[in-house]
Design a protein around this ligand. Structure first.
Ligand code: 16G
Ligand code: ZN
Length: 540
């Protein structure tokens, strides 16, 4: 049979339900799992086209809906560098997903082949993985049906159940033939991180036990696997590791719960483990690419250490190491910068700027932060919600490797910077790797969570969802900090904001839900409440 014949037979098994409109958003396709099989099939086709277009470079496919409820699922593609799919191709994904019939799917497929100049005789290489959702195996089958339709055999590797960042890492490492990105397996990743972690902790270990909320998701496996590689250097106390019980994933736990509710997961609160002095805990999300920390001040008051706090901690640490490396005497000084979104707490931005760290603001979504961070020699990026990582530019890595230190202190700092670049996932933020990074900095400073927290005090803030008639009417500019449309609305928001000391507020359409989001911050809690009400009233 020809390719079109086998595609047709396979596609007939995955008809698109009528009346649904799918869209490849900030986090790929994401919706109720039972609506996704046709999408999976079509994503499989696009993954193959993308790989063939890039002469057989390995493309990643991740099946997950991250922090969303268990009944949701989703899928996203990973480009050969380990980054998110190129935006132009997101549109092709949406086009394929919405073809109403097999006939239109096949003709659209062939149109893409010719418009994108895909040579179908090229090889295709795909790596895919899924999270712990009960719907994931069925969705993976739909994906595999697409792969099988190519009789010349797309070469596929199934990583099974693993985290989003591990999949990104494997894609990047598979394509990096220099070997510098590491061995392209989960084990290769764990060993590389463990080695770097040991170098960075040096003789400061063993560290005090760390409580880790795994959101009842795949992070539990990654954590368990990693702990085998470091012995008792950092003893983990895992919580919410139940990946079997239906409905447990992300339910009343995980990074999104903690950040949104600004509270401990009830399971952690009830266990009482954080009430002892000098304890700290952290939460992953359902696919382990988000991380937040917390502790109880005086054993009682919940204190959140979110992505902003992590960025501040890490940027100051790297600045310290770069200073101690004393590289500036023969080289251009390394440029360290931090990338945030409009959601970053105003106090965090001020904290960094007052310490001479350049800060850039970009629109929401990992890919925007990632690209902006690549413009620095060492770019630290974190969303307040806990997505983030640190990128070392290729030239920075070369400079570090070739640098001839003139003192033991400098040599040691260089060694630590190189280890850091191996500890930190260079493809995408990883809760596991970010957690180790935080632990390294705390150990280096001799700090507990409380000392870390003391760096600055968050301004009181509120984030609310507002249902509007048509969110596409809301168009933002200035990295989402201002509205261009609806005309005139921004002036009214500005008037409201100006009534409050340290007031700030912005409105943006959500990229993942049918609503707009309103963020407000101000000097006091009462002011934030008033400002939120005033801006909400402007929207409804
Ligand atoms: C997606 C983004 C996340 C962002 C969130 C905002 C990725 C991998 N994920 O989950 O970074 O914070 O969307 O959602 O880019 P919103 O547009 O609904 O506010
Ligand atoms: Zn996630």
């Amino acid at each position: 049979a020809t390719l079109l014949d086998s595609l047709q037979d396979a596609a007939n098994l995955y008809p698109k339900p009528e009346g649904l409109k799918y869209s490849y958003g900030t986090a790929g396709f994401r919706t109720l799992a039972n609506l996704l099989p046709p999408v999976m099939f079509r994503v499989g086709l696009l993954a193959i086209l993308r790989s063939k277009r890039l002469a057989g470079a390995t493309i990643g496919v991740m099946v997950t809906a991250s922090h969303n409820p268990e009944q949701d699922n989703g899928v996203k593609l990973v480009d050969p560098s380990g980054e998110m799919l190129e935006p132009l191709w997101e549109l092709h994904a949406t086009t394929l997903a919405n073809c109403p019939s097999t006939a239109s799917l096949l003709s659209t497929f062939m149109t893409l082949v010719s418009h994108l100049r895909v040579d179908l005789d090229q090889p295709a290489n795909i790596v895919y993985a899924r999270d712990t959702r009960p719907s994931s195996p069925g969705l993976v089958e739909a994906l595999e049906a697409a792969f099988r339709a190519f009789s010349d055999g797309a070469k596929v590797v199934d990583l099974g159940i693993t985290t989003t960042p591990i999949l990104h890492y494997v894609v990047k490492a598979t394509n990096d033939k220099s070997g510098e990105s590491g061995i392209p397996t989960q084990e290769g990743y764990m060993k590389r991180m463990a080695k770097a972690f040991k170098t960075l902790i040096g003789n400061r270990g063993p560290l005090a036990p760390l409580h880790v909320d795994c959101a009842n998701g795949v992070g539990a496996f990654a954590l368990e696997e990693f702990s085998k590689h470091i012995g008792d250097l950092l003893p983990f106390r895992p919580i919410n590791t139940d990946v079997k019980t239906r409905g447990a994933l992300n339910f009343q736990c995980g990074a999104d719960f903690v950040k949104t509710k600004q509270a401990l997961p009830p399971s952690v609160a009830q266990s009482g483990v954080l009430s002892k002095p000098d304890t700290r805990g952290c939460s992953f999300d359902g696919d382990a690419d988000r991380l937040v920390y917390y502790y109880l001040r005086d054993g009682k008051t919940f204190r959140l250490l979110d992505g902003d706090k992590i960025a501040g901690l890490v940027a100051m640490y790297i600045k310290d190491l770069v200073g101690r490396a004393r590289m500036h005497e023969n080289n251009e000084p390394l440029k360290i910068g931090v990338v945030q979104t409009a959601y970053a707490n105003g106090s965090s931005t001020k904290y960094l700027k007052s310490r001479n760290i350049p800060v850039r603001c970009v629109p929401t979504g990992v890919k925007h932060l990632h690209h902006a961070a690549q413009l620095f020699d060492i770019g630290v990026y974190f969303e307040a919600n806990g997505h983030g990582t640190v990128l070392f530019s290729p030239s920075c890595l070369t400079t570090l490797r070739e640098f001839q230190p003139d003192s033991p202190e400098s040599a040691n700092a260089i060694k630590q910077l190189i280890a850091l670049s191996e500890l930190i996932n260079q493809a995408v933020g990883d809760a596991l790797s970010d957690m180790l990074l935080v632990e390294v900095v705390l150990a280096y400073r001799g700090w507990g969570a409380e000392e870390w927290d003391a760096g600055y005090e968050d301004l009181p803030n509120r984030l609310v969802k507002v249902e509007v008639h048509d969110r596409s009417q809301f168009v933002t500019i200035d990295a989402e900090r201002k509205l261009q449309y609806p005309t005139g609305l921004q002036d009214h928001i500005d008037d409201a904001v100006n009534k409050f000391e340290l007031g700030r507020s912005f409105v943006r359409p959500s990229g993942t839900e049918d609503c707009v989001r309103l963020y407000a911050e101000a000097k006091s809690t009462a002011d934030v409440e008033s400002l939120t009400t005033m801006v909400t009233d402007l929207l409804t």
